[in-house]
Design a protein around this ligand. Structure first.
Ligand code: NAP
Length: 258
């Protein structure tokens, strides 16, 4: 089979941000299980060292790098380190994220939360992409996946910093898909709905149940692996004609009216 039709990421080098928890962790694990070389990055004190060690113990190829995605200098240092350690870079998964709820009339906190949301959820994506581009340009199947949210497509009250940043991610995705398409680099976004991760762990089981029954078609929260498998699909060499799209992985939340 020619590489362009391959359904394998074996041997591909994948960098995942926010890989110490939730969907980032699941993404790292799914890619590693498929034979990719995985660079797990996250904040200092995260679980990435342990996760990478577990993956290596299972015979997979994985290494951990501390990377705060709000640190422009660190991004410029870590991305080339990953490429040097693994001999290139084929896939960037911009996943790291934070909740950013704040009412619009909260004069004391709004600007701070807005700035943090835009820095971590949106600016970091373009900075990672710019740092990764020289290496992605050397790849035979370069892929970028940005993790947005259904909050980029609809909105929850008091979530405007997050919604604005995530909508920015979908705009960035389209714009860079168009700009980089002539080089064969695909850029896509995934919009997870309610997923069981660190970000939603403070929501009680009872509240999760009520929300999922009222709002999703599948009547349940999703698991991080269910998002990770869509990320993997978009990164296959065979996914060479999909770019600029925003795919909800939301159990039918966006489809459901009643
Ligand atoms: P999670 O379990 O909290 O994982 C997010 C990871 O990103 C954590 O390890 C977190 O570290 C890390 N992180 C936070 N700030 C960072 C920074 N400045 N630099 C590097 N890493 C940082 O949450 P998740 O749900 O898997 O989130 C993954 C992505 O999905 C996020 O972009 C989120 O916005 C998006 N999303 C989540 C849901 C959902 O329902 N869970 C729905 C839609 C979209 P700490 O734990 O130390 O903060």
């Amino acid at each position: 089979m020619s590489e362009s039709l391959s359904r394998s990421v074996a041997g591909k080098v994948v960098l995942v941000t926010g890989a110490g928890s939730g969907m980032g962790r699941a993404t790292a694990e799914v890619f590693a299980a498929e034979g990719a070389l995985v660079a797990l990055t996250d904040l200092a004190g995260s679980a990435i060292e342990d996760i990478a060690a577990d993956l290596r113990a299972k015979g997979h190829q994985a290494r951990a790098w501390v990377l705060d995605v709000s640190d422009h200098v660190a991004i410029r240092a870590v991305v080339p380190e990953v490429a040097a350690a693994f001999g290139g870079l084929d896939v960037l998964v911009n996943n790291a994220g934070i909740s950013s709820f704040c009412p619009i009339d909260d004069e004391e906190h709004y600007d701070l939360i807005w700035d943090r949301a835009v820095t971590v959820l949106l600016t970091a994506h373009q900075r990672l992409i710019r740092a990764a581009l020289p290496f992605l340009r050397q790849s035979s199947s370069p892929r970028i996946v940005n993790i947005a949210s259904t909050e980029a497509l609809g909105a929850t009250s008091r979530d405007s910093p997050y919604c604005a940043a995530k909508a920015g991610v979908t705009g960035l995705t389209r714009a860079l898909a168009v700009e980089l398409g002539k080089e064969g680099i695909t850029v896509n976004a995934i919009c997870p709905g309610p997923i069981v991760t660190g970000m939603t762990e403070k929501v009680s089981e009872a509240d999760k149940e009520v929300f999922a029954h009222r709002r999703t078609a599948l009547r349940r929260y999703g698991q991080p692996e269910e998002v990770a498998h869509m990320t993997l699909s978009l990164c296959l060499p065979a996914a060479s004609y999909i770019t600029g799209v925003t795919i909800p992985v939301d159990g039918g939340l966006m489809a459901r009216n009643a």
